[in-house]
Design a binder for this molecule. Structure first.
Ligand code: IVH
Length: 701
């Protein structure tokens, strides 16, 4: 999210503009969430937009828009379902994120009711279920309608679908004549995982999280689809009633349970703020083992006569508060530590977790980085997490921000099982059992099995066929694994002889058949012609990423020249070694890694078998003579406004210029942005041409 000025600093004009932008953004988010069941922003981002909107409105009450997002609950109902007007609106809940918000809420309630601080006041505390709300109307004990919330006033009629949910009784005995039961429709973790597996198997869309799965399953025009989806329902509130259910929230929920509804077993009655917070922590601690998603704890004033006196604001009751859990973190149990072996032999420890939803995504795996990280120290031996190590069986905090791989941030020693033991990083490869080594100064352990290690071989093959490399359509990670196990593909060259050796087998194989086998062989044929840079990258040599491969390929131009140079430089000395090290963008690490790779006879042989199958395209050196800066030496100084320093350097080099760090008589241009100092001065003294960023861009076109 972009950083915005503090609300205190906004001018009225800025406030008007931002309120309009926020109304549009929230409207869009509501529609995506409620109508398409496909959220576009995370809950945390949504809450942040709402909070910002409320803060600006609080400072400029006169600028509040007629369509203010703070007056709306959700989106208007989607067009495909019949509409139901709720007899009583469905309200939303005021959110709190900090513990200090809880005593403030209690004080506010007391002040409103004019209750002295020592007068008893009870609250219920219960999990906030992360599903979608549903209002069920019973008349004379029969379910007559079921409606989603939609905008809180008018919902969608999903009655036939609700009738297929086992937790929702079709008939009640002993209920008031008119009874509207409200609660949350949700899906358990286990059912969600099974549903997604079935969807994936059938080639249908899978769901990001159990809530989307529940919404997508309930909001089906064909109730037989809903019936096949395992939905559940917890009752936690009510709408219109012909007779009261009870005097307190606690007793009313007990009454609903007695009528046959599922109610949440973790609900408790609390008589103080301390008890409320203790309940919050207890529920949070159980979050990962509940088997369904919750995103906070809801507190409600227990006495219903007090609820009636407190009443409602425009969209939320004054008698309730939703105390949300942090959006990016959750605690869960570490079930196992697995070691994955990458294509370079690097061993990566992966945490296998009790599944938990973090920021709207179900997390079951997280990175543990390396042995030091697990032991509680950084690569220099300094303590991290105050030296706390991570053990199998521990309760850990998982952190997830955006799309990055989830991390284990901390460990809760108070919940550590008494019989746990420190984790021992393996000293042999879990796949090939070769010794594991750790180079001095490096954090990573490597398997020494190289060519005999099946994990390395498979990962190398996966890399070989990946996007920036050979990019062979129809030959993904799964197929590589299967063909490797089968013994059909053991090294890259085997891909190009696959049809000759196993064409008939594959055409007759389950899930393949004539057509997809034919497509695969055509895709493989199409890649026999490959540019040199892609080939170098595809070999998966350590440190030779896409950019490095391109730089090297451009320098040598052809496979013949490249291979000869690698051979000649094998002892890390001589003219070819110096030439390789002099290439701009090639450091000693990359140079060493390249020549060592080709020095290894097994690699050389495998590459020779591969090259025999290919037609390798030459790569033209960049900066053909047309470039105005080819061969020139350029120095950048000061701040660049249109691009980063790295981008400017890359572009200059792509056009054949050499980028230097200091100004000398050999410098051709100094590109000086604001804040340029000594380098610009030196250029002036030496008579070197000084260009502004604009001049520079004009020069390179
Ligand atoms: S009470 C008048 N209790 O959270 C108050 N709501 O963010 C009615 N929710 O619209 C709501 N668990 O869909 C209540 N234990 C719970 C809940 C709960 C989940 C949902 C409900 C509500 C939304 C507000």
């Amino acid at each position: 999210m972009t950083t915005r000025p503090p609300v205190e600093d906004l001018s009225p004009q800025q406030a008007i503009e931002e309120l309009a932008a926020l109304a549009a953004a929230l409207d869009r988010a509501n529609r995506a969430y409620h109508q398409a069941d496909a959220p576009e922003i995370s809950d945390a981002e949504y809450d942040e937009l709402k909070r910002r909107n409320a803060a600006i409105e609080a400072r400029f009450p006169g600028l509040k828009r007629p369509d203010s997002p703070s007056e709306q609950v959700g989106a208007a109902p989607s067009e495909t379902f019949a509409k139901v007007r709720h007899a009583r609106p469905l309200y939303s809940l005021e959110n709190a994120f900090a513990e200090t918000d809880v005593p403030e809420f209690v004080d506010r309630v007391r002040r409103f009711l004019n209750l002295p601080a020592d007068a008893p006041l009870a609250f219920t505390a219960e999990p906030k279920i992360d599903g979608l709300s549903l209002s069920l109307r019973y008349e004379a004990g029969r379910l007559v309608s079921a409606a989603t919330r939609a905008d809180g006033e008018v919902g969608e009629n999903v009655t036939p679908n609700a009738r297929t949910i086992p937790d929702i009784p079709a008939r009640l005995s002993g209920a008031p004549e008119i009874l509207e039961v409200r609660g949350e429709c949700y899906m358990s973790h286990a059912d969600f995982a099974a549903l997604n597996a079935r969807q994936a198997e059938a080639g249908a869309r899978t769901f990001a999280n159990p809530r989307n799965a529940a919404a997508g399953s309930l909001r089906q025009l064909d109730p037989s689809i809903t019936a096949a989806r395992p939905l559940r329902f917890f009752a936690y509130a009510w709408g219109e009633l012909s007779a009261p259910l009870a005097d307190t929230q606690t007793a009313a929920i007990a009454r609903l349970a007695a009528l046959g509804f599922a109610t949440n077993p973790l609900m408790a009655t609390c008589t103080s703020t301390e008890e409320m917070l203790a309940r919050y922590r207890a529920i949070e601690a159980q979050r990962a083992t509940l088997g369904y998603d919750i995103d906070g704890v809801v507190y409600k004033v227990d006495r219903l006569d007090l609820q009636a006196r407190l009443g409602f604001r425009s969209t939320t009751p004054r008698w309730a508060l939703a105390h949300k859990f942090s959006a990016e973190r959750a605690s869960t149990r570490l079930e196992a530590i697995d070691i994955q072996v990458g294509r370079t032999g690097a061993l990566s420890p992966v945490a296998r977790l009790l599944p938990v939803t973090v920021g709207g995504v179900v997390v079951q795996n997280a990175t543990l980085h390396n042995a030091d990280y697990i032991a509680g120290r950084d690569s220099k031996g300094n303590p991290i997490r105050e030296g706390r190590d991570i053990r199998v069986g521990d309760w850990v905090t998982v952190f997830r921000a955006g799309d990055v791989i989830p991390k284990i941030e901390d460990v809760d020693l108070s919940r550590r099982p008494a019989d746990s033991v420190p984790y021992r990083f393996p000293d042999t490869c879990p796949v090939c059992e070769s010794d594991v080594v750790r180079e001095p100064g490096e954090a990573v352990h490597y398997c020494t099995g190289n060519l005999i290690c099946a994990a390395q071989a498979v990962e190398k093959l996966k890399h070989f066929v990946s996007r920036g490399a050979f990019d062979i359509e129809g030959l993904g990670a799964k197929a590589i694994e299967a063909f490797f196990t089968e013994g059909w593909i053991r090294e890259p060259a085997d891909i190009f002889t696959l049809e000759a050796r196993h064409g008939a087998d594959l055409r007759g194989r389950d899930r393949w058949g004539e057509k997809s086998a034919g497509n695969l062989f055509a895709a493989i044929e199409a890649r026999r012609r490959i540019p040199l840079d892609r080939l170098i990258y595809a070999l998966g040599i350590r440190h030779a990423g896409e950019t490095a491969a391109r730089i090297v390929a451009r320098h040598y131009g052809s496979w013949g020249r490249f291979a000869a140079a690698m051979q000649a430089a094998r002892d890390h000395e001589g003219a070819e070694w110096a030439e390789l090290n002099d290439i701009s963008g090639v450091g000693e690490t990359l140079a060493g890694s390249l020549v060592d790779y080709f020095h290894e006879p097994a690699n050389r042989d495998a590459v020779a078998r591969l090259v025999a199958e290919l037609a390798i395209g030459d790569v033209a050196a960049p900066a053909a003579s047309g470039s105005p800066i080819a061969g020139k030496t350029v120095v950048f100084t000061g701040t660049l406004e249109r691009m980063t320093r790295a981008e400017a350097k890359a572009r200059a080099e792509a056009l054949g210029a050499k980028v230097a760090g200091s100004v000398s008589a050999r410098t051709d241009y100094v590109v000086a942005g604001p804040g340029a100092g000594s380098k610009e001065k030196a250029a002036r003294e030496l008579g070197v041409a000084i260009l502004s960023e604009e001049d520079w861009l004009a020069l390179i076109g």
